[in-house]
Design a protein around this ligand. Sequence first.
Ligand code: AMP
Length: 410
Amino acid sequence: MTFAALGLNEPLLTTLNSLSYHTPTAVQQGAIPAILGGRDVLAGAQTGTGKTAAFLLPLIQRLGGQSAQSKAPLVLVLAPTRELAQQVADSAGKYAQGTAMRTGIAYGGVSLRPQIEALAEGREILVATPGRLLDLINQQALVLSDVAALVLDEADRMLDLGFSDEIRAILKLLPKTKQTLFFSATFPKLVKDLAYGMLKDPLLVEVTPENSTVDAIRQTLYQMDKGKKAGALAFLIGSGNWQQVLVFVRTKQGADALVKELALDGIKADSLHGDKSQGARQRALDDFKAGTIRALVATDVAARGIDIVSLPHVVNFELPFNAEDYVHRIGRTGRAGNEGHAISLVARDEENLLADIEQLIGRPLPMIWLTGFEPAFDEALARSGNPRKQRAKAKAKAKAQAVYGIKKKK
Ligand code: AMP
């Protein structure tokens, strides 16, 4: 399969060639012809699948020749985070080189003025986070009446971050007739409801569920006490001589605390989370990419949209509450045919989360002990047995009752 066979024109093919994109990814193969034909698309795809090019390339071709009546955007891409917005805008700049389409960006946490000035010059493609977009509209720096295509990128994250009111407000300001492209990694009920309310006869594009790609990643799970995790992580980084490790934690405070603990062990680290200024986040990311720091400690939301291909190590310092996030997290390693290793540090009170993850990926994830960081012996636990095994037993019993009609003994 080639990009030419998908219907892309010569100028774009030349650009793709210069970027060394030779073969379209699965989501590109599915989505590009439909988007070129003006159809709505509902795509299940996450970062790393090539989804950005899947929507930008055909939109640039389809709308690039259209002379705008005003300086207002023709393509509006909504993204959940500044990082993702920046990444999509960078891609748009690359793909639209040599065309008349100019890319603008709008996200919060930085001064409004440069964004207002850029919009005044005219931007055919605008990539924005929902809150800042509404601010710009309120400032009368922007109208959405010319938008011919709307893209929701990482719609699930936008709802997770509480942008549902903003999205609904933005939808009201958009023309009724437009093409809508809806991208999301997961489809919980709220996301489905939003999608079905927005799309007209969409083409469904589902990229191979990432759950199956998980098998290509080496996964190691260490059972350990909470209090030993920071020391164990420093030991793993040091003894393995890891130079670039992405560490996932659940909270912003947890991220900052872990960075301090790693520093005490002589490991240079920085955190990436939503409470940091845009400048500080970009610096942390640049330092990580450049190898100035060895560990980047991130929350799930902040880590979405980080465009680092093939990280050698990903650590779950804490398991995520949402099992699907485990799959997203470990999918950050082992990309593009590179070997990857995902390590999880699992405390006793996280073992029920592990059961959910095992169910999602459809296979057991046995835990082992890390020498020197074994969990403390717990007498109560020894007496009562392992809670995971007990839960599994209870589940099996309930299933047997359901299947074979076995009744509980009185
Ligand atoms: P995305 O899923 O859009 O974040 O893209 C992930 C990465 O893959 C980005 O660095 C893109 O530049 C790159 N990419 C996208 N499509 C292709 C392709 N067909 N061939 C090679 N690289 C690609």
